[in-house]
Each structure stands twice: as C-alpha cells, then as structure tokens.
Design a protein around this ligand. Structure first.
Ligand SMILES: *Cc1c(COP(=O)(O)O)cnc(C)c1O
Length: 351
C-alpha cells in the first residue's frame, strides 16, 4: 500500500456529464474539450471513454496534445487544436489528421503555404483574446470560404455570468459569422455557454470543465463527481493547549485538540491559499485544515471529527463530500485551476 495521494477518475460519471450536456442542446453535436490532459484527469483515458459513448469531436490546445490524443483514439474522431499552427508544424497536422484552428492573420498566411489538412476559423466576437477580427468576415469572406473550414467558432468571455449583457452581444455577432458561412457548422458555447439557453448551442458545443464536474450549472442541471482526491493520514496525535500547528505557528490551540497529519501538500495541488478554509472529509465528516499547508503534508483538526481515527485512514479532499467548486472557492480559485494543478505525484486511477 502506498501513501501517495490518489485521484480516482470516475470515467463513467464523465460520460454521464457529457450526455447531460448533450441533452441541453438537442440537434447540436457535443464535443469534449480535453486540453491540459483533460484538465489534469488524463486525456487518453477520458477521451477513449467518451469516444465509446459516441463523442466524435475533441478539442486540445497544442499540436503535441493533438498528436498524443490521435495515438490514443486512432483514426476517425475529429481533433481540433485550439492554439493553431506554428511555422514548421503543418506536416505534423496533416500526418496526424488534426484540424488547425486558425485565429490570426499569421495563421492564415501560414496555412496558405501547404502542406495542409483541415482547418477551422476562430473569430473574435468580443473577448479580445484570440480570433480573427470580426470585420474580416465582411471584407475577406470569399477568401476565407475558399479555405473550406470545417467549423467556424468563437468563445464567450462572460458565459459564467448569465446576466452579463456581453453574452447576447457576442451571440448576435456570432450569428452574423455563422450566416456568412451557411454551409459550415458553427460553435460558440463552452460549458457555461451551454447553460445560457437554446440560442447559444449552434451546431456544436465545446464543454470542458462541466465534463469534469466543475462550473456552476443551473438548478435543472446536475453534474456528477468526476474525480475523488484522497490522502492518507500518517500521524494522529494530541496538540496541547497553548501550542500552535505548522509553519508560522498560525493555528493556535486554545485547548487540547486532536490532530491528524495527511500525506498531501501543495506539491500535489492542495493549494496553500486554502489554509483556514479548506476542509478534508474523514468518514463523511468535514474536518478543517489546521494551519498552513506544507509541500507534502497538511494537518487536520479532527477534534470534532469521527472517533477512533487512526493512521492509514483516508481523507477526501475532492469527491462526493468535498465538492470541486466549493473546495476551489476555499482556495480562492475555481475548479479549473484546482484540477489542472493536481501534481504529478498524485496517483491517477480509473474506474
Ligand atoms: C477551454 C476552452 C473551452 C472549454 O471551456 P470550459 O469552460 O472548460 O467548458 C471551449 N472553447 C475554447 C476556445 C476553450 O479555450
């Protein structure tokens, strides 16, 4: 038995989440965003499970991610590379049958220099991050259509804030893009965009974080837990009144307390900013983190936890009790950063 922290990835729940999102936009295709190693959970395993469930379209950020994913999935599924091609990469795109998402004039120039595979066009409808200028859709429409893109897409800046008027403005701008490419499928929505209603689905949706149990869905959407993060307790002891716990002696004991030190720390992705707010669950009971989180260790105050906790017991830091977005909020961040921050020491298991 190992003391290393464990992340148990529940691939069948990820598949269920994909189906749930698919159900929100009947008639539209639901892709899966598996960039950053499927948000830290393992792109090959996750994508294979989704492919078996019927997902035929995947998104990654980099060419290298796309090449690895192609090896994992084999021929057939479409793999889009969001960051687009760099000089010298075009042959690799063609050989691995990856679809380059072109999002700058440099990309367009590069793409005109063969060899080429399939491409998509990413248009900036207001986020000012990545994408061809919206005006090009008017001025260059004919030339752009000649590239025969297999998808036109844009990305929402404020989808996680459903009341934000920017959403409708971006949707209207994107409708004009979709209209300029009547024979090309169009895609606007990420996970949060999928929650904004029918008008945001277009032909293809691109959820990422929601597949992994994150985001803040509306009341009618229930996502399942995608990952259970557990650590092992390696020491249980009494902390005496008047002493303090951990680096900086920040957790002062005004009475005797029972403490349990777990083998997990910020090197594993348990963010140091979670001190004072983060919880660990022992047998379904929440116990607060006592003091600072160390690189490899964290101490819990188990005084009010279940009785009889012994070394070897497991502590849940993500899972059915330790909800991803709540734990992330305790660290001052969101689910994306907590998941992608799970360190290389965390043993991934798949169920
Ligand atoms: C990462 C990304 C997504 C997925 O976003 P989520 O918020 O995780 O659903 C979709 N589209 C683009 C362009 C992205 O970069």
């Amino acid at each position: 038995m190992s003391f290393l922290p464990r992340a148990t990835v529940l691939t069948s729940n990820i598949v269920d989440n994909w189906r749930t999102l698919d159900g929100l936009h009947p008639g539209a295709t639901t892709a899966a965003v598996v960039k950053a190693d499927a948000y830290g959970l393992g792109a090959a395993k996750v994508a294979r499970a989704l492919k078996i469930a019927g997902c035929q379209t995947f998104f990654v950020a980099y060419l290298e991610e796309g090449m690895t994913l192609r090896k994992a999935l084999g021929k057939g599924p479409r793999i889009f590379v969001l960051n687009g091609p760099a000089r010298g990469e075009l042959a690799a795109y063609r050989d691995a049958e990856l679809t380059a998402v072109l999002s700058s004039e440099l990309h367009l120039k590069l793409w005109s220099t063969a060899p080429r595979g399939t491409c998509a066009l990413h248009v900036d409808t207001g986020m000012n991050r990545l994408g061809l200028p919206l005006a090009m859709i008017d001025t260059e429409a004919t030339a752009l259509r000649r590239l025969a893109p297999v998808l036109v897409m844009s990305h929402l800046a404020c989808a996680d804030d459903p009341k934000n008027p920017a959403n409708l403005l971006q949707r209207r701008a994107f409708e004009a893009v979709a209209d300029a490419f009547p024979d090309t499928p169009a895609s606007l929505a990420n996970s949060a965009g999928c929650y904004l209603g029918k008008g945001y689905g277009f032909d293809l949706t691109r959820p990422g974080i929601a597949l992994y149990g994150g985001s803040t869905p509306p009341a009618n959407v229930t996502l399942k837990t995608a990952v259970v993060l557990e650590a092992t307790i390696i020491s249980v002891f009494k902390g005496h009144k008047g002493s303090a716990v951990g680096y900086g002696a920040t957790y002062l004991l005004t009475q005797d307390r029972m403490l349990a030190t777990c083998a997990i720390g910020y090197a594993d992705g348990l963010m140091r900013s979670g001190a004072g707010k983060l919880m660990g669950w022992v047998d379904g009971v929440a116990c607060p983190v006592a003091g600072r989180i160390s690189m490899d260790l964290v101490t819990l105050d188990i005084t009010d936890g279940p009785k009889g906790i012994k070394p070897g017991a497991h502590v849940e830091f993500l899972g059915e009790h330790a909800r991803l977005e709540a734990q992330a909020a305790a660290c001052g961040t969101f689910g994306y950063e907590l998941l992608t921050g799970l360190g290389p020491r965390v043993q991934r298991n798949y169920r």
